[in-house]
Design a protein around this ligand. Structure first.
Ligand SMILES: [Zn+2]
Ligand SMILES: [Zn+2]
Length: 154
């Protein structure tokens, strides 16, 4: 192997994403399927480097989308959609896939309601990109012993 080839290999190795970056990058792609224009969120459930389920925020299955009918607003929030994390859990349930002991990769840190669902679904670790401040969520995640990590924030 000559010197130039070795250098090329080294550059390629440095460019490879870590497993956490890889699955979070996939969550970014999943978010592009969101049907609510107010925010695009993507979630991926992974166990032992195997994708179990994905979800994005959108209207319930078969119902009209925000992108077609406009958002359904109540108290300043769009209430038409269910959240990406909820939909990832629901997608797994729909197909009979166990999600216990998995890692959630999500473009956004989960809200309080999703946090409670994730604890009950047996998720052990959460990796996310965008911050979402909620001290009650933080307390519950700590109490449940769930590892939470923000990487490559945007
Ligand atoms: Zn909406
Ligand atoms: Zn949520």
């Amino acid at each position: 192997m000559d010197h130039m080839t070795t250098e090329g290999c080294q550059t390629h190795a440095d460019a490879r994403p870590s497993w956490d970056q890889y699955f979070l990058n996939i969550a970014d792609v999943v978010a592009t399927r969101s049907t609510c224009p107010r925010r695009a969120v993507g979630a991926v459930l992974v166990r032992q480097r195997q994708i179990l389920s994905t979800g994005y925020n959108g209207a319930p299955r078969g119902l009209v989308h925000c992108t077609d009918a406009g958002c359904l607003m109540r108290d300043g929030h769009c209430v038409r959609t269910s959240h990406a994390e909820m939909n990832a859990i629901a997608q797994a349930a729909y197909h009979g896939v166990a999600v216990s002991d998995s890692t959630l990769y999500c473009t956004d840190k989960p809200c309080l309601i999703c946090t409670k669902l994730l604890i009950n679904a047996g998720i052990r670790r959460i990796v996310y990109r965008r911050e979402y401040e909620d001290s009650v969520s933080d307390g519950m995640l700590a109490e449940a012993g769930i590892a939470v990590e923000q990487i490559d924030p945007r």
